[in-house]
Design a protein around this ligand. Sequence first.
Ligand SMILES: CC(=O)N[C@H](C=O)[C@@H](O)[C@H](O)[C@H](O)CO
Ligand SMILES: CC(=O)C(=O)O
Length: 261
Amino acid sequence: MASPKKKLQGLVAATITPMTEHGEINFSVIGQYVDYLVEEQGVKNIFVNGTTGEGLSLSVSERRQVAEEWVAKGRNKLDQVVIHVGALSLKDSQELARHAAEIGADGIAVIAPFFLKPRNKDILINFLKEVATAAPALPFYYYHIPALTGVKIRAEELLDGIQDKIPTFQGLKFSDTDLLDFGQCVDQNRQQQFAFLFGVDEQLLSALVMGATGAVGSTYNYMGKKTNQMLEAFERKDFSSALNHQFCIQRFINFVLKLGR
Ligand SMILES: CC(=O)N[C@H](C=O)[C@@H](O)[C@H](O)[C@H](O)CO
Ligand SMILES: CC(=O)C(=O)O
C-alpha cells in the first residue's frame, strides 16, 4: 500500500494556472509562485490542475507540462504536490496518473466523471479504482465536488469500505457544504489515518470542528497566512480569535462572490 512520506495536512493551495494574454501557459512565473506561497503565505502544499487551475479546460499535454513544472519548481521547497488527474476519458485519466507518478508527485486526486455520470457508488468506485491502479505507489484522494460534477453520491457512502477496492486511498477533498456528510466521513473512519481536506474556504472553521485535518482551496493562494492564523487559534482552543479570523475571511470572500465570477 502506498503510504505518503507524511500525512497531507494543513493548508493546500489550489494553484491558478498562469496564462499569457495569448492563452498559452506561462511557465516562467511558476518558480516565483512557489516562493511566494512558501515565503509570503506559509503554504507548503499545492493542488495542481483542479477547479482553480482549470485542469478540465486544458489539454492532456498541457496538464502534463503544468504538473511537471510545479513538481520541478517545488522540489525541496514544497512538502507535497498533489495532481488532479480526473477526466471524462478513463484513458486520459490513467495517463495523467502514470505521469504524476513518473515525475515524482506526492499524490493524485480524481473527481467523478461529470458528463455521463456514474449512477451509483459501485460504478464510481470502479472508475476511481481504474485510475488509482495506474499509479499504484501514489496516495489517492477522491475529490468530492457535487455542485460542479452533478454527481450527488454521498461521500460517506463512497468511503464505506473504499480501501478494500482502492488500497492507495488516503483521503478526501470535500468541496461541499453538507457538514452532516462530512462529519460522518470523519466519524465512520476514525480508525483510518485518512486526510479529510475541506474545500469551502469560507466555512473552514465549522469543518475543523467536524474533524477536518486540512484544507484545499483557491483562497490559500493569497489568504494562506490569515487562514494559518485561524488554524493556530483553533489548535490552541482560542475559538473566539479563530471565529474573528473566519469572519474576516468571510467578509473578503463575500465581497468577491458579489462581484460575480
Ligand atoms: C468551486 C471552487 O472553486 N471551490 C474552491 C475549492 O474547492 C474554493 O476554494 C472556493 O474558491 C472558495 O471557497 C471561495 O468560494
Ligand atoms: C479548490 C480546489 O481544490 C480546486 O480548485 O480544485
